[in-house]
Design a protein around this ligand. Structure first.
Ligand code: UDX
Length: 458
């Protein structure tokens, strides 16, 4: 099929490259000339495992092209996929201006009988709105607008696209739905489940799926807090919960609060959708507030660990919102580092991929690519991202580099007993700190005992 993807951002490019891999003839179009210029020289604007190899392969086969000429790119195509950004607007609502703009741009140039498909994550009712925008321009109803949400995770987007859990096609017209089924035929033939439904349902599926996954994370973070207070172990508890096939073991890792370009934005939009239909979603409203609070609480707990130290220094390991990406959007580090700096803490940091993106947003941080150099002179090591290299840290080398012997591990990467054997006080999430700090020690250090974490076992 002849396909054009409008918007060469993360979702658009991944979609375009993968569709060309399925054998379609694809143009990725974007109004950003620099981006298209770089793509034409083979440079992708972000890191994504396996994507550059697939892009190179399909460019060479003549199945993948890039263009900043939307009029040319949108003419004579079987399918136009809109995959432009829907950032969080000033009032928290998903900003649909790029989607509307894309609809207005393609309306005069697309051929009759084109199927327009929304790939961008959009509020319920957007497919219908886009249909009206295009109909206004063309004055004839010789096109269809459909919805086909993506469920790509950064770092595994290529395999998420080519081997998905399911494909959701939202079409209010049978013929339009058939064209999307045709688009995905090579994947569907492998037995991947297909859900065909209306456009509004498809739009809601995307928000509800992300809200549910975020809820799982929020829930396990709360259970982790409970585990800490009762000397439990969140690893065992999460395993015990996840072995129930109705629950499943994924998305049960405690952390410093979810981040990234989707969960914070999509939970917000889901809550707003509920309010706008007068069906508030209190679970999600609470989740959003608790997730923000969690980042602040971690900063506060780090400060408590540093009580009594003059001119403290913290080494922050991990600025990306999760491992295997250079993306720092809504990352825990962006909230926690400024909170530490405002309290007079000097921050050193290390991240294998996200250093440059983070450095732009976090002034006065001293960066080093070598974790042991980044840790030198630090009183406390704070792990925020689950990079594999941090899991393999050598305690002896860390102890030699650091001034203090404190580790606060927000991804539970390290072995508590090992850390203790090397003389570290090791605090993680959902596991009792090792060694425990007695209440009177905390008071002696001038720390206000704000919660039960410092209580002695008896
Ligand atoms: C997410 C959805 O998974 C994907 O389906 C959707 O299309 C886009 O949003 P992504 O933002 O790439 O993907 O990251 P994901 O792997 O889902 O992680 C999101 C956040 O949750 C990260 O900050 C991660 O660290 C956190 N997380 C995830 C946890 O804290 N614990 C977990 O168990 C899983």
């Amino acid at each position: 099929m002849r396909v054009t993807v409008v918007g060469a951002g993360y979702v658009g490019l991944t979609t375009g490259v993968c569709l060309s891999q399925l054998g379609h003839e694809v143009i990725c179009a974007d109004i950003d000339r620099d981006r298209i210029g770089r793509l034409n020289t083979g440079v992708l604007p972000f890191k994504e495992d396996g994507l550059d190899e697939l892009a190179a392969e399909n460019i060479a086969r003549g199945r993948l092209r890039f263009s900043d000429d939307l009029a040319m790119a949108a003419a004579r195509r079987d399918l136009l996929l809109i995959a432009v950004g829907t950032p969080k607007g000033a009032d928290g609502e998903a900003d649909l201006s790029f989607v509307r703009q894309a609809a207005r741009s393609i309306a005069p140039v697309m051929s009759p009988k084109t199927v327009v498909t929304l790939k961008s994550t959009v509020v319920v009712g957007t497919a219908r709105e886009v249909r009206e925008i295009i109909a206004e321009e063309r004055g004839a109803l010789d096109f269809w607008v459909t919805s086909n949400p993506e469920f790509l995770r950064e770092g595994t987007a290529v395999s998420d696209f080519l081997c998905p859990d399911r494909i959701v096609i939202g079409a209010d017209d049978r013929d339009a739905g058939e064209r999307l089924v045709e688009l995905y035929r090579p994947i569907l033939e492998k037995g991947v489940p297909l859900l065909e439904t209306g456009t509004a349902n498809a739009e809601l599926i995307k928000y509800a799926a992300n809200a549910f996954l975020a809820l799982k994370i929020g829930f396990i973070n709360d259970v982790a807090d409970l585990c800490e207070s009762m000397d439990g172990d969140i690893g065992a508890v999460a395993k015990g919960i996840g072995l129930d096939s109705r629950i499943g073991s994924s998305f049960l890792m405690p952390g410093p609060g979810y981040g990234g370009s989707c969960f914070p934005k999509d939970t917000e939009a889901f809550a707003r959708t509920g309010r706008s239909y007068n069906v508030p979603q209190p679970l999600i409203e609470t989740l959003i507030a608790r997730n923000d609070l969690r980042k602040q609480r971690i900063a506060r707990r780090v400060l408590e660990e540093l009580a009594g130290i003059s001119d403290p220094t913290v080494a922050v390991f991990g600025a990306a919102f999760k491992a295997n990406t250079d993306d720092v959007r809504e990352a825990a580090a962006l909230h926690i580092v400024p909170a530490l700096q405002q309290s007079g803490v000097a921050v050193r940091a290390c991240d294998p991929w996200a250093r440059h993106n983070a450095a732009r947003l976090l002034p006065s941080v001293v960066w080093d690519d070598d974790p042991y150099v980044a840790a030198s002179g630090a009183d406390l090591l704070l792990i925020l991202t689950e990079w594999e290299i941090f899991r393999l840290l050598n305690f002896g080398q860390l102890a030699a580099a650091m001034r203090g012997r404190r580790i606060f591990d927000c991804r539970n990467l390290l072995e508590p007993q090992e850390a203790m054997r090397h003389g570290f006080r090791y605090v993680s999430l959902g596991r009792a700190p090792i060694p425990k700090r007695e209440k009177k020690m905390a008071h002696a250090a001038g720390i206000r005992c704000a919660n039960r974490r410092f209580r002695s076992p008896n």
